[in-house]
Design a protein around this ligand. Structure first.
Ligand SMILES: [Zn+2]
Length: 402
């Protein structure tokens, strides 16, 4: 392979919004520009004095996605100024009709359809006009507020996968020209897919975004402005979908290759649900056992047992903080490492003593939180003549004899 030091030098560690890869290279030299679509300045003076925002477009080496590494979502005032999309072009209308037909072909007789970012609402009401027996629900904080048709509802708030997917259980979720504005489109679709899998639903997703293949091919720069912080290539779009726990049913281009779309089956990620279930079980069990270990500790204290905790930092500090082994009831903390002696347990405040302290001040009970070292510590105790009635470790929600 040929050496290319200039390329090495261009390496940037950034996170790709489409595929999550962490290496990118510059795509355009950094520059400053004002907001291009959502600001709507009311005078020439206002327009000229608009704040200039950093454009720092980089390209992901894994998927070719182009994104503004300096983008800050809070700088885009979507809440005050709507993002108006011109939907009336003749060719454009034709494409929208074609897409609508594709969608209708996939919908059941009485569909539940959710659109995330419904804008002026025309796409959703267009669907509702064709298949009136369904329910059509739009979510857009800055979109149309009310619909004329009884089957259509518009909500002026953001769609939340974990709340609204179980509530509406849609057959189809639509998201058109939204993803390119998001900081984390990958996380957005992954959330839709995971939530769908959790509720055991077979929902589909239709997404549509601008595609910059032609812009790259024809060296066009006008696509790269602040609001479009995240620009899909055919490759980055597909790479994103492959990482979402979803099944890609169909993808294609419309509008002379300037727009890319896909239908995907959400929720094809049973292993994610299994992982979530085992994490939840762990969390529940620990919640139950937290009280048990705290009671066990308290009972040792109330019985007047002299307790020493072995280790003053890391796992031992975590143990004392989680189970509130405070300095008043459990003042004795020793460590194998003499360099830790004289320092204090983070959060709890016991002074850490070197383990030999136990030779002259024997403990009844020694608790060893770092149990992966417990055998070594037992050996260390034996060699140095340190004894105790019991040595305890944390195991399956209790303190047990080692
Ligand atoms: Zn990428």
């Amino acid at each position: 392979m040929k050496k290319n030091n200039a390329l090495v030098d261009s390496l940037r560690q950034e996170t790709c919004p489409a595929c999550g890869h962490h290496v990118a290279v510059p795509f355009l030299d950094p520059s400053l520009q004002p907001l291009a679509t959502v600001a709507w300045p009311r005078s020439s003076g206002e327009a000229k004095s608009m704040q200039k925002l950093p454009l720092d477009f980089v390209s992901c080496v894994e998927c070719g996605h182009v994104y503004n590494a300096a983008f800050d979502y809070s700088k885009v005032p979507y809440t005050r100024k709507p993002n108006l999309m011109f939907n009336k072009g003749i060719l454009w209308s034709g494409h929208i009709d074609a897409i609508r037909k594709k969608i209708l072909d996939r919908l059941p007789e009485k569909p539940v359809v959710v659109e995330i970012g419904h804008g002026d609402g025309s796409f959703l009401t267009g669907l509702a006009a064709e298949r009136a027996d369904g329910r059509y629900i739009g979510f857009d904080p800055n979109g149309a507020k009310s619909a004329e048709m009884p089957s259509v509802r518009f909500h002026s708030f953001l769609f939340e996968a974990k709340r609204h997917l179980p509530e509406f259980r849609p057959d189809l979720v639509i998201s058109r020209h939204v993803l390119e504005h998001l900081t984390n489109p990958l996380g957005f679709i992954q959330s839709l897919s995971f939530a769908t899998a959790c509720i055991g639903r077979e929902s589909e997703l239709y997404i549509e975004v601008p595609c910059i293949d032609q812009a790259i091919k024809t060296r066009r720069t006008v696509d790269f402005y602040y609001e479009h912080n995240s620009q899909f290539t055919t490759r980055s779009f597909n790479k994103m979908l492959q990482r979402c726990g979803a099944e890609i049913l169909m993808t294609g281009h419309i509008y002379s290759g300037e727009v890319i779309y896909a239908f995907v089956k959400l929720g094809r990620c049973p292993e994610h649900v299994q992982t979530a279930e085992s994490a939840r079980t762990f969390c529940d069990r620990i919640r139950e056992s937290e009280g048990i270990i705290m009671e066990e500790l308290d009972s040792l204290y109330k019985k007047g047992k002299k307790v020493a905790i072995w280790g003053g930092t890391g796992k031992s500090a975590a143990f004392m903080n989680r189970y509130q082994a405070d300095a008043r009831r459990f003042p004795v903390v020793v460590d194998s490492d003499p360099s830790k002696a004289g320092t204090y347990v983070p959060g709890m405040g016991q002074e850490i003593k070197f383990r030999d302290w136990l030779i002259e001040h024997p403990a009844d009970v020694i608790i060893i939180p770092p149990q992966w070292r417990a055998k070594d510590i037992m050996e260390e105790m034996k060699q140095n003549g340190i004894c105790a009635e019991r040595v305890l470790i944390e195991h399956d929600g209790r303190l047990v004899s080692f």
